[in-house]
Ligand binder design. Structure first.
Ligand code: GRF
Length: 201
C-alpha cells in the first residue's frame, strides 16, 4: 500500500480514475491529500466526495513559486504522502517539491513523450498529422515533460478523427494507464537504473 498525494488544476478525471481503482481493489494505495492550483477546480469536489482532505491554492500563492512548492511539500509530508501524483496539474514542480520527493513525483502526459511535450500535447499531435500518438506516465524532473518514462500506450489517430474524438480516446487510455502504472509502483516493481531509465521487474 502506498500513500499518494495528488496535484490537480482542473476537472480531475484522472484523480477520479485513481479513486475508483483504489475502491475496486485494482490499485493498492490511499490518497491522503489532494492539492489544487485552482481553488474552484471540480476535482476538489471529487476528492471531497471520496472523503479525501483537500487544499485549494489561490493564484497569489504562486507569485513565489519556490515558496508555493515548499508549502505544498510541507502539507504533503504532514499528510503522510510518499509519492506525489500530478493529474492535470498545470504548474511546474520546482526544486523544493522535487527535493522533498526525490524520484517520487509522477506525471501523466497525453502524448508519446518525447514527442509533443507542453500544455497542448493532444492538439499538437493532431495538428502535426501523425498517425499514432498516445499517453505517457513518467517521473517528473526539473525539465517540463521530461524524466524517466514508466509506461506508455499508443492511440491511433483515425481518418475520421476530430480533435474532440481523439481527446476522448486519449483520456480513456489515461484513465486506464495511470492507475496501472501506479499499481506497479505500489507493488515495488519500478526502479530507476544508473542510466536514469525505468526498469520494471
Ligand atoms: C489530462 O489530459 C492530462 O494528461 C493533462 O491534463 C488533463 C487533465 O485532465 N495533463 P483531468 O483534470 O485529470 O480530468
Amino acid at each position: 500500500m502506498i500513500r499518494l498525494g495528488v496535484l490537480i488544476s482542473g476537472s480531475g478525471t484522472n484523480l477520479q480514475a485513481i479513486i475508483d481503482a483504489i475502491a475496486s481493489g485494482a490499485l493498492d494505495a490511499e490518497v491522503v491529500l489532494v492539492v489544487s492550483s485552482k481553488p474552484d477546480a471540480y476535482g476538489l469536489k471529487r476528492a471531497q466526495e471520496a472523503g479525501i482532505s483537500t487544499m485549494g491554492l489561490i493564484r497569489e500563492v504562486y507569485n513565489d513559486r519556490e515558496a508555493a512548492d515548499r508549502l505544498i511539500a510541507n502539507e504533503m509530508q504532514r499528510a503522510g504522502a510518499e509519492h506525489l501524483v500530478m493529474a492535470g496539474y498545470m504548474r511546474m514542480v520546482n526544486a523544493p517539491l522535487l527535493d522533498a520527493f526525490p524520484d517520487r513525483v509522477i506525471n501523466i502526459h497525453p502524448a508519446l513523450l518525447p514527442a509533443f511535450p507542453g500544455a497542448h500535447g493532444i492538439a499538437d499531435a493532431f495538428a502535426a498529422g501523425v498517425k499514432v500518438t498516445g499517453v505517457t506516465v513518467h517521473f517528473a524532473n526539473a525539465v517540463y515533460d521530461e524524466g524517466p518514462i514508466i509506461a506508455q500506450r499508443p492511440v491511433e489517430i483515425r481518418e475520421d478523427d476530430t480533435l474532440e474524438s481523439l481527446e476522448e480516446r486519449i483520456h480513456a487510455v489515461e484513465h486506464e494507464l495511470y492507475p496501472q502504472a501506479l499499481q506497479l509502483i505500489a507493488q515495488g516493481r519500478v526502479s530507476i537504473d544508473k542510466d536514469r531509465k525505468v526498469r520494471i521487474s
